[in-house]
Design a protein around this ligand. Sequence first.
Ligand code: NI
Length: 169
Amino acid sequence: MIRPILRHGADALHQPARRVVDFDDGLQTLIDDMIQTMHAAPGVGLAAPQVGVGLRVFVADPSAGRSIGDLVTVVNPRVVEQEGAQREEEGCLSLPGFTARVTRPARLIVQGYDREGTEITIEGETLLARVLQHELDHLDGKLFVDRMQGLRREQIVRRVRKLQRAGKW
Ligand code: NI
């Protein structure tokens, strides 16, 4: 089932998510829905808080549905290694219509669990490294604008508030 994606300003997006304890049916349904919602958007990543669930789970697919082998699901992720830097344009399904250049690690290694609770390690470079850190940020209540500084950030936040006031957000 496709779930509605929350937008910047919704409480669930701005607070840290809780660790998953039970790999139960509810979690399996949540993950299925998140994959479907991400692909339908379409997007390359989606974190549980974006659908209003405060759990540390994200899905990512840098191929945006074109290659099934690229789909990853990570529960209770943590960064174990990061290296270098890249600065590219990025967006977020919770900030539709906005993009900005954000500095991210060039390479990132994340450990966590798959949907069955088996420990996994994911190594990402370039786009996958960017997506992994972007989704990890969501679990800590951070959106890409929170990684930005200065005028561009102010500009985006001001425009979002204006859209909210106008009831168009
Ligand atoms: Ni996002």
